[in-house]
Design a protein around this ligand. Sequence first.
Ligand code: PMV
Length: 316
Amino acid sequence: MKGKCVRASAPGKLIVLGEHSVVFGKPALALAIDRRFRCEISPGSGILLNGTGLSPRLHPHIDTILRKREVSDLNIITDSNIPSGSGLGSSAALSAALISAVRLMRGEDCGEEAVAREAFETEYEVQGRASPIDTSTSAHGGGVAVNCPEGMGKPIWNISKGENSWTVSDIPVPEMTFVVGYTGIKAATGPLVEKVRKYKESNRFASDIIDEIGDLTLEGMAAVSRDDKEHLGGLMTRDHKLLSILGVSCRELNRLVDASLEYSYGAKLTGSGGGGSMIALTDEPEKVCKAISLRGGEPFIVRTGVPGSAAGFTNS
Ligand code: PMV
C-alpha cells in the first residue's frame, strides 16, 4: 500500500438501553463517550502491529479488515483508553478508526456511512452476529438510536442483514451525567450474543424478555426526548433485571449496579455483559464513583455526545 502516514481515531460508546435485543432488530440507544481508540498507519513491509507480527487470534478485527482488503504491507501503531472487553465498544472503535485510516490512505470514501458499513460487516464476521449500534455510534459520534419511532431522530442510514433491518438515526440527547463502573473482567461479545440466541431459540420466555426490552427502550427514547431522567433511570434499572434473566449479567455487575442505585436515577450493565461495565445515570457522580470503588469496581465519569471517527494525513 503506497501513501503517507495516516492518523485516525474513533470513540467508544455506552448503550443506554437495548443491547442484545437490538441484535434481533429491536430498538437501541447509544452515546459516544470521551474515550477513544487511536491508530497511525504507514506503508511497511509485511503487517506490523505495534512493532510485532499480527496474531489473528488476539486481533481478529484487525486481521479481518486487512484480510478482506488484501492488505499485506502495513505498519500499525495503536493507542487506546477504552479497556478491551469492557462493554464500551473497544472493538467497534478499533474497527472504525482503522477502516477510516485505510480508506483515507487508499483514496477511498472515508465518510462516516462507508466506515460504519464496513465496521459493521467486520463485527458481524468476528462475532458471528451483530447489530450496527456500536459501529454506527463509533463512526457517527453523538447520540445514535436504532429503529426509533419516526420523527424522534434524523435517519442517517439503513443497514440490513438476513432477516433484520436497522434504521440508524442521529438523536439529540440532553446533558446527562453517566458514571461507568468497570468490573475489570474482560468478556468477549461473540459468546454472549450466541448464548442469548440459543436461549431465544429454545425458549418462548426469552423471546418475550427480548420483546419487553424492545418496548422499554422505546419508552426510554421518549423519556430522553423530554429530558425525563427519573423515568429513564427507572427503565435502565428494569432493563438490567431483564438482561440478568437473559443470563448476561454476573455477580460483580449486580454488585456495582446495586451499590450505585442509592445515588442514581438508575443503573444497568452496558454492552454485552458477562463482566465488562455498568453505567449509572446520576446527578451525584462523585458519590456513585465512591460506591463503585468500595465494591471493587473501577469508576469513571464520562462525557457523552463526542465526535465520531476521523482520519487525517500526517507528516511523520
Ligand atoms: O460489549 P460490546 O461493546 O461489544 O457491545 C455489544 C452490544 C450487543 O448488543 C450485545 C451486540 C451487538 O452487536 O449489538
